[in-house]
Design a protein around this ligand. Structure first.
Ligand code: 2P0
Length: 325
């Protein structure tokens, strides 16, 4: 049976940074994100008895090499989970995640793939099980199963059976927005997988990062519940800065920022000094995402577009979880 699913990407407000198990993809720390309606992947999967191998098309082009291997390895997991080890699949994905905006398409990509693949096999699966499976494709993808604010529980079991995402507040709880600031040049030199591994293994600041998480999470969840924008923004921005500080203390040290990243951070601080509430967050690349409230949308867009080196500003609202088309 052919099945199609749509998943949105998400932005972490409390970052996932470091694994306690690299093959099962188990994180060192609980983390929390907002699912975004502006960026998504739709994927169709058809498992068929007559196929002798998998095929994967992304934006209508056949994919091979490492990217293809990552998809078939993930399909192996789903085949074995569903008790259908000998079924192969035709996979067709369309990404609506502009690479230039600095969002990893792996989050929406693996979430949509997991949902469509399990549906195609006719396998009845809970959202919790789906999140757990998705996690093993890409960690941050397990949060994209749900809409709104989502926490990924790190769990304590060595087999990963208690490491999955849970919804903290649905997408209609609060109209908080995110502007993705597209910079003029942004080669990502160190992949997040490699960057977090190096940081866990060598950064003098890594244990402080992990120790600081429970308090950040408790406070941000209270802020989300109370719709306290300044509290949520302040904690998210500080959490981002702490994550990036761990990379500066790694060996060899590295940073994801460039001069344009720092210029956008300054612009956000200037907005705040002028009475416009706005906070930034940055992932494993130079692009900046800015949190703001709907009434300030025009001011935020204009101020960010005026920063030298900024090519575009793409705005997004809180988005929904997995949907089947
Ligand atoms: C996050 N990032 O919480 C953090 C913040 C990057 C910085 O999740 O190795 O692509 O597939 O589990 O999920 C990026 O890492 O890594 C990420 P894997 P993933 O969004």
């Amino acid at each position: 049976m052919k099945a199609t699913a749509k998943a949105h990407t998400n932005i972490a407000l409390i970052k996932y940074w470091g694994k306690r198990d690299e093959s099962l993809i188990l994180p060192m720390n609980n983390n929390l994100s907002l699912t975004l309606d502006g960026f998504y992947t739709t994927t169709s999967v058809e498992f068929r008895e007559d196929l002798t191998s998998d095929s994967f098309y992304l934006n209508e082009k056949a994919v091979s090499g490492k990217e293809f291997d990552r998809v078939t390895t993930f399909l192996d997991l789903i085949r074995s989970f569903a008790g259908r080890p000998n079924f192969f699949a035709d996979v067709r994905s369309t990404n609506h995640v502009p690479t230039a905006a600095g969002f990893a398409s792996s989050a929406s990509g693996f979430a949509a793939l997991a949902a469509a693949a399990t549906e195609s096999l006719g396998h009845d699966i809970s959202e919790q099980e789906l999140s757990m499976l998705t996690r093993q494709g890409s960690g941050s993808a397990c949060r994209s199963i749900y809409g709104g604010f989502v926490e990924w529980e790190k769990g304590t079991q060595s087999d990963g059976s208690d490491s999955y995402a849970v919804q903290v507040a649905p997408e209609d709880h609060w109209d908080i927005r995110v502007a993705a600031v597209v910079l003029s040049s942004n080669t990502k030199k160190i992949l997040s997988r490699e960057g977090m591994k190096r940081t866990v293994e060598t950064s003098a600041f890594y244990s402080s990062w992990v120790d600081s998480i429970p308090d950040d999470l408790e406070q941000i969840k209270q802020g989300i519940k109370d719709k306290d924008f300044e509290k949520v923004g302040r904690i998210a921005e500080a959490n981002c800065l702490k994550m990036h500080a761990t990379t500066l203390a790694a060996n060899p040290p590295f940073t994801y920022w460039n001069d344009r990243t720092v210029a956008v951070m300054d612009a956000v601080r200037n907005l705040r000094e002028n009475g416009v509430p706005a906070y930034f967050t940055i992932d494993a690349g130079p692009n900046v995402k800015v949190l703001y409230l709907p009434e300030n949308e025009e001011t935020i867009k204009n101020a960010l577009r005026d920063v030298p080196g900024v090519n575009d500003v793409i705005v997004s609202r809180s988005g929904q979880g997995i949907t089947y088309l």
